[in-house]
Ligand binder design. Structure first.
Ligand SMILES: NC(=O)c1ccc[n+]([C@@H]2O[C@H](COP(=O)([O-])OP(=O)(O)OC[C@H]3O[C@@H](n4cnc5c(N)ncnc54)[C@H](O)[C@@H]3O)[C@@H](O)[C@H]2O)c1
Length: 289
């Protein structure tokens, strides 16, 4: 029995990257899944992968633009028609969106970005909440934020603004829906080896990631999928309003004033720094580590 046996999930952006990895993991864990995406050829490839895993009967694709309210209603309707219930909505579809200096950013590019990244999540929450409250058996709504929602430098201005908004929308909606036992959480990945980040040059992307990230392996879509499985599962039954960072320690590294890891001068010696107290500090040099 998988950790998601009997559950039905809708996954936006399910044709590629994090969404695809999550859809395939959900199938492995016993869930039935609707993938909703704009990219039909990629979605058909996911259906084929599911068929090879013997789970073709447990997956559907519905072409969806998450920025369009009618499309979002239809994708949730697809889950009810095909599988008769809904347990989890994963609002994950995304684009890089508007980029460039703030003074050069066109209003239409800004609006188009927010339409996908933020309105898309809002619509998934709105219609997910309608279906789940009507069903009256609880549920789980999960959205994909980003480390860009916590600090500068993780994405373009509009992308960062949208992802920060998702983190607080998650808290706000979690409080409203808690009485219905609907949990609302998010994942905040760091840079991963998906097309959205590597843009066809995985080797250069991996080098760029490992220059700053403490963990020695570049993150993969499946690393995020595992956390989404946890958030959708009964093991996370008391977790709501939370955003789980999945970034190999990138945010934990913070300002790195004293270096970022084993090379830090703070790790070449040990002792007690008594600051400007007038008391002597103690320093014990360490051998090479
Ligand atoms: N890859 C990373 O490094 C990274 C890091 C942090 C956060 N994220 C976030 O993770 C999520 C998934 O990204 P990914 O890395 O898997 O990217 P990806 O490009 O591999 O997959 C994104 C999918 O979303 C779909 N999509 C885009 N706009 C859509 C729309 N309007 N309606 C329906 N589907 C749409 C695309 O067709 C694609 O299949 C995004 O929200 C992204 O911002 C990614």
């Amino acid at each position: 029995m998988g950790r998601l046996a009997g559950k039905v999930a809708v996954i936006t952006g399910g044709a590629n990257g994090i969404g695809r990895a999550t859809a395939l993991r959900f199938l492995e864990e016993g869930a039935r899944v609707v993938i909703a995406d704009l990219n039909t050829p990629n979605a058909e490839a996911v259906l084929e992968q599911a068929a090879q895993a013997g789970r073709r009967d447990a997956i559907r694709f519905v072409r969806t633009d998450v920025a369009e309210e009618r499309d979002v209603e239809a994708m949730l309707g697809c889950a009810l028609d095909a599988f008769g219930r809904l347990d989890c909505v994963f609002n994950n579809a995304g684009i890089g969106g508007a980029f460039g200096p703030i003074a050069e950013t066109r209003v239409e590019d800004w609006d188009a970005t927010l339409a996908v990244l933020l309105r898309g999540v809002f619509l998934g929450m709105k219609h997910g909440a309608r279906v789940l409250t009507a069903q009256d058996q609880g549920g789980s709504i999960i959205s994909t934020a980003s480390v860009a929602g916590f600090a500068a430098g993780g994405g373009a201005h509009c992308y960062s603004a949208a992802k920060a908004a998702i983190i607080n929308l998650t808290r706000s909606v979690a409080v409203e829906l808690a009485p219905y036992r609907i949990r609302v959480n998010a994942v905040a990945p760091g840079p991963l080896m998906t097309e959205l980040f590597h843009r066809g040059n995985p080797a250069a992307a991996e080098r760029a990631i490992l220059e700053r990230q403490p963990w020695p392996d570049a993150g993969q879509a499946r690393d995020v999928a595992g956390v989404v499985v946890f958030l959708a599962s009964p093991d996370a039954g008391f977790v709501t309003g939370e955003t789980i960072v999945v970034d190999g320690g990138l945010l934990a590294r913070g300002p790195a004033v004293f270096g970022g890891g084993a090379d830090s001068p703070l790790l070449r010696a040990t002792g007690l720094d008594r600051g400007s107290t007038g008391e002597p500090s103690e320093v014990r040099r360490l051998g090479r580590r």
